[in-house]
Write a protein of this length. Structure first.
Length: 260
């Protein structure tokens, strides 16, 4: 189901091929709301790793999606979760080949219509800035595996570094759901979006709206995917996103609204 909560803005912002760009989350946004996240990789030889990983998920995921928790408390919890998740991968000596096995086994499910959407953005030469607190290596592999790793897609995420095939850390500071914003992407790829005044933002949690600056929100159509705990969170989403999509809404249905 789709709710257009800010019809005035959606009608006002006219999207043409050369006047907008995309800013998007990845996990449960480009992937299905029912998909595992890119941190949900398995280290096949270790049941203990899976238990420890799931223990962290069960502790911190409810905090991530609880919109009654203060930003400060949530920031601290997300920082802890992502740092502990990274340390767990390093402790169990994640091998690069295991990332490939996780992707090629189709454990990561794209949202319905995601392929068609990214194909359209590529055909129209619209820049797609993916800003993700997930594992960037996995994101690139998932896109490549589905033949949608296009030149118009630009990624800022947690990139694992490998030495002799074993994970040794990440390239920069840990990106988590509460500290990601488009500033770094724009610094890297500002020339790709120059002259494009409008933005379409896609996310699955409220903090994803911070992927654009407050100054840019007036020219941004924000689309929020809400696929779990809908009754508890629907009003939060309606009060913050311009378009709210529930029940694993397809990108095709969203495109019909955006590009009508």
């Amino acid at each position: 189901m789709i709710f257009i909560t800010n019809k005035e803005k959606c009608n006002k912002i006219k999207l043409e091929k050369d006047n907008y760009y995309i800013v998007s989350d990845f996990d449960q946004t480009i992937t299905s709301g029912k998909s595992i996240g890119t941190w949900g990789i398995n280290i096949n030889r270790s049941e203990n790793f899976i238990k420890e990983r799931d223990k962290l998920y069960n502790k911190y995921r409810p905090i991530e999606i609880d919109n009654n928790i203060s930003k400060d408390e949530k920031f601290k919890a997300m920082k802890e979760w992502y740092e502990k998740s990274l340390n767990l991968l390093l402790e169990y000596k994640l091998e690069e080949k295991e990332l490939i096995e996780n992707v090629t086994s189709n454990r990561f499910k794209l949202r319905n219509g995601a392929i068609e959407f990214l194909n359209k953005m590529n055909k129209d030469n619209v820049p797609v800035l993916i800003l993700s607190a997930g594992i960037g290596n996995v994101i690139n592999m998932v896109l490549e595996h589905n033949n949608i790793l296009f030149e118009n897609i630009y990624l800022d995420s947690n990139i694992l570094k490998f030495e002799n095939g074993i994970a040794k850390g990440i390239s920069n500071n840990v990106i988590h759901t509460m500290n990601k914003n488009s500033k770094a992407l724009i610094q890297k790829f500002g020339d790709k979006i120059e002259g494009r005044k409008n933005i379409v933002l896609f996310g699955d949690i409220l903090s994803d709206i911070n992927m654009v600056s407050k100054d840019d929100l007036a020219r941004t159509i924000t689309v929020g995917f809400l696929d779990s705990k809908i009754d508890e969170n629907i009003e939060f989403y309606k009060n913050n996103f311009d378009i709210v999509c529930t029940e694993d809404t397809s990108f095709i249905d969203v495109m019909e609204i955006l590009f009508r």
